[in-house]
Write a protein that binds this ligand. Structure first.
Ligand code: FES
Ligand code: MG
Length: 568
């Protein structure tokens, strides 16, 4: 047991390690019983995770019951709606802090409690780099709220309703009235946004007790699974079942297949790339296209579809979805139980074929994320065709370029802005280095005058991300980002841009030598982040591009869980 490096023996140091930890636990707690951290992202400032203290209680019961010692470990928590400039700026910090605290302490295994967007990715990155037995309990989605009799997709309907206000089809009073209906219960956003996606992908990766992801936060079955997860982690320690064994390249195949079938968030691309980087598993942008490209879309959830997470769970949940596509999954990829992910999937029933389609009647025959390249995105960019407008997937139009979000907000609704429905809206300086942190601003609002004329979608291009709860014909994660010298920083309003999703191309009609000779836009350069100290400075100087997961360069890989030198 790793923790015996602290607790075993009769010398002064072992005495000190044990004595301060006793505080009422049974006397035999330090004689070889596994010490299990509960890495807990509960926080009042992360409202989606505020209920995780109760989930942790259930985990504790399971750990005690199986002979382990549970230890609450509050870790850095990131609330998507509050944290500025974007929670993504601290995903890597949360991962680093959690990794270091697991390694520094007498810990043998860990249960990871997350929910809101960045929390599960940061916990999995940490677990991968410290490589101790680790299992996730996703906090689960909110129950469905309704407004004037209609279900509200939290996240997604904020975008829809606010666009309706701008288009003049909804009053501001009605808009504000909907605010108190949006969040009906504990839990994370109930659309197929990033939190739902990453909870479900944690299970597809093999890192949850099967059947746990997607249980609504308020459903008592979540606590039952949490209790069983507590028992499981003690078994995992006994068998030394660590992330480097559980999560293989085949696990990423399964996650990418699941991502496509679920119609999951584009943010999963950067998170999965970052987790793979921690494990030393070669995963590339193209893998998402190659593996996910031909996977059918089976789940009819907002933002692209109709239903919400509560519906997905009552319809059979993730296992019913995966049961339809077992042949596309890696049969050998394992899970935290030691059993393959595919075990028992053949019999997973669908209870509502409107929510979860059968393989024979998919919503779309091919649903994956498309990876684009071209002279505007030499290192790649992505688009989610399932959330885009079919008529815009092949498009040529004049660029209307914005140098910052402030520039965008100042000019987008200007009646004199030279823009029409065929224009291509470009927003730059929003990548990992540029903003900093790669915020979710890529689904730029449409000009009010075009909204009034009935335009509901346009091609948009950005080096930032898009909220998993948003939709539209949006080209995201353009790499290299403008702030790293990418060509996106050198195009001008009036340049003609061609998007051809079928050919996987994104190009601007400017000769290569002319494009290379242009200076980056001065207005953009002016708006870029220039932090001089602290985390932001470390981040901006060391962050990798979105095409490899936007991790910090020195955090890629693993340092394992070797015990450090004595502290006294
Ligand atoms: Fe937390 Fe959406 S704001 S999951
Ligand atoms: Mg989000």
């Amino acid at each position: 047991m790793r923790s015996s490096a602290w607790y075993s023996g009769e010398d002064r140091n072992a005495y000190m390690h044990r004595a301060w930890m006793r505080r009422g636990v049974p006397n035999d707690s330090f004689s070889g019983r596994p010490q299990i951290a509960i890495a807990n992202t509960a926080s009042d400032l992360t409202p989606c995770n505020a209920h995780l203290d109760e989930v942790a209680e259930s985990v504790r019961h399971g750990i005690w019951e199986a002979g382990g010692v549970p230890l609450n470990l509050p870790v850095v928590s990131l609330g998507e709606t509050n944290v500025r400039p974007t929670a993504m700026l601290w995903r890597n910090m949360a991962a680093m802090a959690t990794e270091e605290m697991l390694r520094a302490n007498p810990i043998d295994g860990v249960v990871l409690l997350g929910g809101c967007d960045k929390t599960i990715p940061s916990l999995l990155m940490a677990a991968a780099s410290v490589d101790l037995p680790a299992v996730v309990v996703p906090g689960g989605p909110m129950l469905t709220g309704t407004f004037r009799g209609t279900p509200l997709g939290c996240g997604t309907d904020v975008w829809r309703l606010s666009e309706e206000v701008r288009a003049g089809t909804l009053s501001r009073e009605a808009f504000l009235e909907s605010e108190s209906s949006m969040i009906r219960s504990r839990g994370h956003c109930n659309t197929m946004g990033t939190a739902s996606t990453m909870g479900l992908l944690a299970e597809a990766l093999g890192t949850t007790l099967p059947g746990t992801a997607g249980i609504p936060a308020a459903d008592s079955r979540l606590l039952a699974q949490a209790h069983e997860t507590g028992r499981l982690v003690v078994e995992m320690v006994a068998e030394d079942r660590r992330p480097s064994q559980v999560i293989t390249r085949g696990s990423f195949r399964n996650a990418i297949v699941a991502l496509a079938a679920l119609g999951g968030s584009t943010n999963a691309v950067v998170h999965l790339l970052a987790i793979a980087g921690r494990l030393g598993i070669p995963l590339t942008l193209e893998d998402f296209d190659r593996i996910g490209g031909d996977v059918p879309l089976l789940v009819d959830l907002q933002p692209a579809g109709r239903f919400l997470m509560e519906d997905l769970y009552r319809a059979g949940g993730l296992r019913a979805v995966l049961g339809q596509i077992v042949d596309l999954l890696d049969p050998d990829a394992s899970t935290v139980t030691g059993q393959p992910l595919v075990a028992g999937l053949d019999n997973a029933p669908i209870w509502d074929p409107e929510v979860i389609r059968t393989r024979g009647e998919p919503l779309l025959p091919a649903a994956g994320i498309a990876v684009l390249r071209g002279n505007l995105a030499p290192n790649g960019a992505i688009i989610k065709p399932a959330a885009a407008s079919a008529h815009l997937l092949t498009h040529r139009g004049r660029a209307v370029v914005f140098d910052s979000v402030e520039d965008l907000h100042a000019r987008i609704d200007d009646e004199d802005l030279d823009v029409d429905a065929d224009s291509v809206l470009v927003l730059r300086g929003c990548g990992p280095k540029g903003y900093p942190g790669m915020p979710e601003v890529a689904n730029l609002p449409l000009p009010a005058k075009l909204l009034r004329a009935g335009v509901r979608d346009m091609v948009r291009i950005c080096d930032g991300r898009m909220s998993g709860t948003a939709y539209g014909t949006v080209v995201l994660h353009v790499a290299p980002e403008a702030a790293a010298g990418g060509p996106l920083g050198r195009i001008r309003t009036g340049d003609v841009v061609t998007l051809d999703v079928a050919a996987r191309r994104l190009d601007v009609d400017v000769p290569a030598d002319e494009l290379a000779a242009r200076d980056p836009s001065p207005a953009m350069a002016e708006a870029l982040a220039r932090p001089r100290r602290g985390w932001e400075q470390l981040y901006v100087t060391t962050v990798n591009g979105a095409d490899t997961g936007a991790d910090l360069d020195f955090l890629v890989g693993s340092s394992g869980h070797a015990v450090a030198r004595e502290s006294h």
